[in-house]
Design a protein around this ligand. Structure first.
Ligand SMILES: C[S@@+](CC[C@H](N)C(=O)[O-])C[C@H]1O[C@@H](n2cnc3c(N)ncnc32)[C@H](O)[C@@H]1O
Length: 209
């Protein structure tokens, strides 16, 4: 057998034997809450499970303590951000415009046992962000895509040096946010990379100064 065939077969065997990353490995009742949000999410608003997992790791590894989410919907991504912030002793403020979704998000955060970590704010984020105090060290943007550049301009002065700005759907909806993408990819004070844990894509921009 040629060596590369043996290597490929071995790699396949190792991959096949890796354990799946089950959400049931999360502390109860979080898996049940995540499943129920997804089951009710007929509009497919929530990020994928893989993107949620990635957000949790990003918040925890950044050591983020002041997290802002713009566009919370029913709280699915807010739970993943909250699980990351629980590791750091941090707090998440998650803003949602739609009153019904904001109420649902707050209930889901409560069911997940994360009320001490995640606060849902109902309102237009353009009005609510200026009312929040202090700087952010982690921002997750997942609102209306043509607004991304305006949100970036609003939040950038409040992003601490060393902070991280993450935006969702930068692959599957890139045509709806061209000015935003051009800005983060050419900004002199940002290191930006685009990753795609699922097909939707996330930009991760690190503020260097
Ligand atoms: C794709 S969904 C967010 C999904 C959520 N991040 C998750 O993964 O569970 C986008 C949400 O942004 C909200 N939104 C859009 N524009 C907004 C604004 N200006 N202020 C607050 N929320 C906004 C919408 O109402 C909608 O619920």
């Amino acid at each position: 057998m040629r060596p590369w065939i043996a290597t490929a077969l071995l790699a396949g065997w190792f991959t096949a034997t890796l354990p799946a990353q089950e959400i049931s490995a999360l502390p109860p009742p979080v898996p049940e809450v995540l499943r129920s949000i997804r089951a009710a999410d007929t509009g497919r608003l929530a990020v994928s499970e893989e993107d949620g997992r990635f957000l949790r790791v990003l918040v925890a590894t950044r050591g983020a303590t002041s997290v802002l989410e713009i566009g919370a919907a029913n709280g699915y991504s807010g739970i993943w951000l909250g699980l990351g912030a629980r590791e750091t002793g941090g707090r998440v403020v998650a803003i949602e415009y739609d009153p019904g979704r904001a109420t649902e998000a707050a209930a889901n955060i409560r069911r997940a046992g994360l009320t001490d970590v995640v606060r849902i704010v109902q309102g237009d984020a353009f009005a609510e962000i200026p009312r929040l105090a202090g700087m952010f060290d982690f921002v997750f943007l997942d609102a209306w895509k043509p607004d991304y550049k305006k949100f970036f301009d609003l939040v950038y002065p409040r992003l601490a040096p060393g902070g991280v700005f993450v935006a969702h759907n930068v692959v599957n909806k890139k045509n709806e946010m061209e000015p935003f993408l051009r800005t983060i990819l050419t900004h002199p004070a940002l290191f930006t990379t685009i990753v795609s844990p699922s097909h939707e894509g996330m930009s991760i921009s690190y503020k260097t100064r």
